[in-house]
Design a protein around this ligand. Structure first.
Ligand code: GLP
Length: 266
């Protein structure tokens, strides 16, 4: 075929100047036929384009007024859609330069998502390498954190988490025994396994602190010893208030940006 089809985003990627942005990422679902508000329809189109790699890391988005014109929606609607994706960490704004697809993995602090979901939504392929999978009795420290009585069974999972083949984090999870039938049911995603048994957490507390990687951690992550990392501890709960998981995640400091949206007290 001599000429690329206008709808084929991959073919047209290099020739962005000749191609309308709406042709690259696809139009909105159709003003009104879809019941989602227009800003959500635009968010969905952008999310899909990032996931399908039609838009790649550091790609610039057109100016808000140009997008408004192209999609026949108001600038306020475009801004609202972009604001949402910026606070989710999928897009970043650079002063004076515009809005770009986030290059580092930006992780929103206010969304209770799994590693697997975070990676897939950014068009990355998640993978885990198991360090260990075990069942045992709760330790005194875990029993305090998870609110379990001494002797209760728990599952312990230790994994190296990868995105597109690059190691991103080490994760050590303890999961309350009642939440899973066995350690073997956990494949790539712990949250998928918890969801399947009706024990996916609905709320979590997280604390974050800077760490220097030990020799063992650095080796597992393929970074220099004493490199800076982020330790995130997540304690998550079921809707009925029971704690279900405590995970210590050691993220590579150079791979992650954590993003939080803050609102002024009114
Ligand atoms: C994040 C959280 C962990 C959680 C994990 C589940 O990394 N920090 O607390 O256990 O997601 O991810 P997945 O379902 O991919 O195993």
């Amino acid at each position: 075929m001599l000429f690329p089809k206008p709808s084929d985003g991959a073919v047209l990627r290099g020739g962005a100047k000749l191609t309308m942005f709406s042709e690259r990422i696809g139009g909105l679902d159709g003003h009104g036929q879809d019941h989602a508000p227009l800003y959500k329809q635009l968010q969905r189109a952008l999310r899909d384009a990032i996931q399908k790699k039609i838009l790649g890391p550091d790609d610039a988005l057109p100016a808000e007024r140009d997008m408004a014109e192209e999609f026949s929606i108001s600038r306020i609607t475009v801004r609202k859609a972009l604001d949402g994706l910026v606070s989710e960490g999928l897009l970043t704004r650079r002063q004076g330069a515009g809005t770009f697809v986030a290059a580092r993995v930006e992780k929103s602090f206010s969304k209770l998502t799994s590693f697997t979901e975070d990676m897939i939504s950014r068009g990355r392929v998640p993978r885990s390498e198991w360090i260990s999978k075990a069942v045992g009795a709760v330790t005194p420290e875990e029993s305090l954190t998870l609110g379990l009585s001494p002797g209760t069974p728990v599952f312990r999972f230790a994994r190296i988490r990868y995105a597109d083949g690059a190691p991103m984090a080490l994760e050590y999870s303890t999961v309350a025994g009642f939440a899973l039938p066995s350690a073997e049911v956990v494949g790539v995603s712990l949250y998928e396994a918890l969801e399947a048994t009706g024990h996916r957490p609905g709320r979590a507390l997280q604390r974050l602190r800077a760490v220097l990687f030990t020799a063992e951690q650095a080796d597992l992550l393929g970074v220099p010893v004493k490199d800076a990392g982020l330790l995130i501890e997540r304690r998550s709960f079921l809707p009925d208030g029971r704690a279900v998981e405590v995970t210590q995640s050691y993220y590579r400091g150079d791979a992650y940006d954590f993003v939080a949206e803050l609102n002024a007290l009114s």
